[in-house]
Design a protein around this ligand. Structure first.
Ligand code: PMT
Length: 222
């Protein structure tokens, strides 16, 4: 889709998987490639938006015309996203943020032992803070990566995190979700839901942006 329906919008997008250090050479990470978030960035830019793309652990080419900020950890993504939030009129959080971080990462490489116990603590919930700190009229879209009860879990996240839209995707399906070129899911919002069949991440991005745009109109009373 090419057009100008997002002209005047500033879309803040997170992409990729955060990495939490264990020691000087090891980290806790996940399988996110960044493709979903980068597809959203390219689609939003093509529709006329200013795009701020915050990415972790991906080497994908940055779509032309997007402002790009690279981070590593969840804490860095939190700090960067909250710093950019005042400029944003839409926020879409496609990143897979690690839910845990190592309490005391070692500055040196940890020596091999038969067993190793790491103490983990929760990382900050960025999406929840974005919802709390956004200015009126800013649309917030979160994702829910699930392996069972996908729609129910997505609706629970919509309620608990206070987002306007949750993109619930089943990440146990082969050929979709993490590190695939395709994705499928359900868009979940207050008034209903809409199934997105298996499609390219770009097609899925266009549908997410369509839904975010109509929610924006409602939020802003237009
Ligand atoms: O990157 P790809 O390989 O293209 O794969 C795409 C994807 C599968 C990663 C993507 O479609 C996706 O589902 N992203 C969200 C992954 C995730 O962390 O989901 P979650 O259900 O754990 O988190 C729910 C929401 O809260 C997400 O919007 C997440 O960005 C956000 N979150 C999570 C934890 C945390 N500490 N802070 C957050 O803001």
């Amino acid at each position: 889709q090419q057009g100008t329906d997002l002209m005047g919008e500033t879309v803040l997008i997170t992409a990729g998987g955060t990495r939490e250090p264990i020691d000087a050479v090891r980290f806790i990470g996940n399988r996110s490639s960044g493709k979903m978030g980068f597809a959203l960035a390219a689609a939003a830019r093509a529709r006329g938006a200013e795009v701020i793309l915050i990415s972790a652990s991906t080497t994908l080419p940055v779509p032309a015309g997007c402002t790009h900020i690279r981070v590593t950890t969840g804490a860095q993504m939190e700090q960067t996203a909250l710093a950019e939030l005042p400029r944003a009129s839409m926020v879409i959080m496609a990143a897979a943020v690690s839910d845990y971080q190592v309490l005391s990462p070692s500055a040196q490489k940890i020596k091999k032992t038969e067993t190793l116990t790491l103490e983990l603590t929760r990382t900050p919930d960025i999406l929840r803070q974005i919802v709390q700190q956004r200015r009126a009229g800013t649309v917030v879209v979160g994702f829910a990566a699930e392996t069972e009860h996908v729609v129910e879990e997505g609706r629970r996240k919509l309620r608990e995190k206070g987002a306007d839209l949750i993109v619930a995707n089943d990440v146990s399906r082969a050929g979709s979700g993490f590190d695939a070129d395709h994705n499928a899911g359900t868009l979940i919002f207050e008034a209903g839901q809409q199934v997105i069949p298996l499609s390219t991440k770009r097609e899925m991005a266009e549908r997410i942006l369509n839904s975010a745009t109509s929610i924006a109109r409602q939020l802003r009373g237009k």
